[in-house]
Design a protein around this ligand. Structure first.
Ligand SMILES: [Zn+2]
Length: 426
């Protein structure tokens, strides 16, 4: 109950900030920043940087590697990387989802960098996350709405939105999508939330009349939604898709009524690290003024953003024309009964990344029953660990007819779409 009260409290605060217009002022942001700087003094890592550089603007850039190397010193909850890894791995493998240390939930991310990351979020931070998602994406209504949420594994972060006004039903993408058909038709959700690759499969089943739902809202999360997929899904369901740009690093952006993603600059400081001479594409560098358990300061993401200027909605927060870098493929394989099984890229990504913490990067290419697996790691056994993990994972789907061979990492090319999981059979 306390958790729900927290959500209501944060939601009211956000509503007040929206209505009063305070969240658009520099005063509000500088106040947030001052509070944030006070809080990060509890982190030994940032305390040292503050002593050395004076202000957070002068901190050196960080990224997932640096962030993970200094995990113990960065977080303010006194949790060690060993403890967090063990909790996260156990939750993932046993699938009992007890990914908590005290009231801190531990998340694993694969993201676009190829290396795994571990993230910590407190109960207050979770409540605030839910409040922001309600405010910016789902919208508030007193009518009870049913929500179907497709995701990789259950997680406290998502499970928490169950109340008198919203009923979250969780669908595990580790299961074959056919197993969900009856359940999703029965639920007949008002709101459908899933990754684009899952939305595409649901759209196909809708066109085949196997899925009969007619959601009023469709929200695309986690991966990048391509224009082709967007058109196809929107035409089938006759609903405009809302997008959330989010990673375990935080809730970064949501789409406006014009369909443009805008960064949540009321609580994020976004710097653009340009990667081309024309200054049209950049890596976002993020400082999240609301995260205290594991403060994120000047954290560079690998995603490549093209900016959209002057959005017609009037929101002055940085608009996103396109995000390149999370465009992995679905792989369709046959099980021993000859049934087609859809393997979502997220499952391949996580299986590889979770198999060995030494893996720095990887690429999986699938063609004619063979996975070509390139691994970058200092550990010689990383390939066989990833290979075994993939075999085990695919066997759980009753898939045995495939081979996994190693190819040298240096020959891999992630390409413009930066695919880590690529299906050449398409
Ligand atoms: Zn806009």
């Amino acid at each position: 109950m306390l958790f729900k009260l927290k959500i209501v409290y944060y939601l009211l605060t956000i509503k007040f900030l929206n209505i009063s217009g305070v969240n658009k002022t520099e005063f509000h942001k500088s106040l947030l920043k001052r509070k944030f700087v006070k809080k990060i003094r509890a982190s030994r890592y940032y305390m040292n940087l503050l002593d050395k550089h004076g202000s957070i603007e002068k901190f050196p850039l960080t990224n997932k590697n640096i962030f993970m190397e200094n995990f113990d010193l960065i977080n303010t909850a006194g949790i060690s990387i060993g403890q967090a890894s063990e909790t996260a791995e156990k939750a993932e493998k046993s699938r009992n989802f007890s990914n908590m240390i005290g009231d801190i939930s531990v998340g694993l991310s694969t993201g676009t960098s190829g290396k795994r990351g571990i993230f910590l979020i407190s109960e207050n931070e979770r409540a605030r996350w839910v409040a922001y998602i309600l405010d910016r994406v789902i919208g508030f209504s007193f009518r009870r709405r049913k929500l179907a949420f497709f995701l990789r594994a259950d997680n406290k972060l998502y499970q928490s939105v169950k109340s008198n006004i919203l009923d979250f039903q969780f669908f595990d993408i580790h299961l074959s999508i056919d197993e969900h058909v009856t359940k999703i038709n029965e639920l007949n959700p008002d709101i459908l939330i899933a990754q684009p690759s899952v939305l595409s499969v649901i759209t196909k089943l809708k066109n085949q009349s196997k899925i009969t739902i007619q959601p009023k809202q469709i929200i695309s999360v986690a991966e990048v939604l391509t224009q082709e997929d967007r058109k196809h899904i929107e035409n089938t369901f006759q609903v405009k898709i809302s997008e959330v740009y989010q990673c375990t690093e935080g809730f970064l952006a949501a789409s406006c009524k014009e369909g443009t993603l805008h960064f949540n600059e009321d609580y994020l400081i976004i710097e653009k690290k340009y990667i081309n001479a024309e200054k049209t594409k950049f890596h976002p560098v993020i400082t999240d003024l609301l995260r205290k358990t594991q403060p994120i300061i000047r954290y560079e993401l690998n995603d490549i953003i093209s900016e959209k200027k002057n959005c017609a909605c009037g929101n002055t927060h940085i608009g996103i024309q396109q995000i390149e870098g999370r465009s992995d493929d679905i792989i369709i394989m046959k099980n021993t009964k000859g049934e087609k099984i859809t393997i979502f890229p997220d499952i391949i990504r996580r299986t590889v990344v979770l198999s060995d913490s030494n893996i720095d990067d990887y690429k999986v290419t699938y063609k004619s029953f063979t996975f070509h697996l390139a691994i970058k790691s200092q550990n010689k056994t990383s390939f066989s660990k990833a290979q075994n993990a993939l075999i085990k994972k695919l066997n759980t789907y009753d898939i045995y007819d495939f081979e996994i061979i190693q190819i040298p990492y240096k020959t891999i090319d992630l390409g413009i779409k930066r695919r880590r999981v690529e299906n050449l059979n398409k």
